[in-house]
Design a binder for this molecule. Structure first.
Ligand SMILES: [Zn+2]
Length: 67
């Protein structure tokens, strides 16, 4: 089996696109938006998402996830 898990282990911390603080990916959500006309996934912490932060031209639906 290819070691896809090694990739996950590398990114134990991700930076929130909204507040720019580092978080564990477990407490982040990925929101689909656009940047410079290209589709892009924005990783934000649940707190920012619950406070209503959305990427530019947000195209998906964010479902509230309790912490
Ligand atoms: Zn945040």
């Amino acid at each position: 089996m290819p070691s896809e898990k090694a990739k996950d282990n590398k990114s134990l911390v991700a930076v929130c696109a909204a507040c720019a603080k580092p978080f564990s990916p477990e407490v982040m959500v990925s929101l689909a938006g656009r940047e410079e006309g290209k589709r892009k996934q924005f990783a934000v912490c649940i707190e920012c998402a619950n406070h209503g932060w959305r990427p530019p031209q947000f195209t998906g639906i964010y479902t509230f996830r309790p912490q």
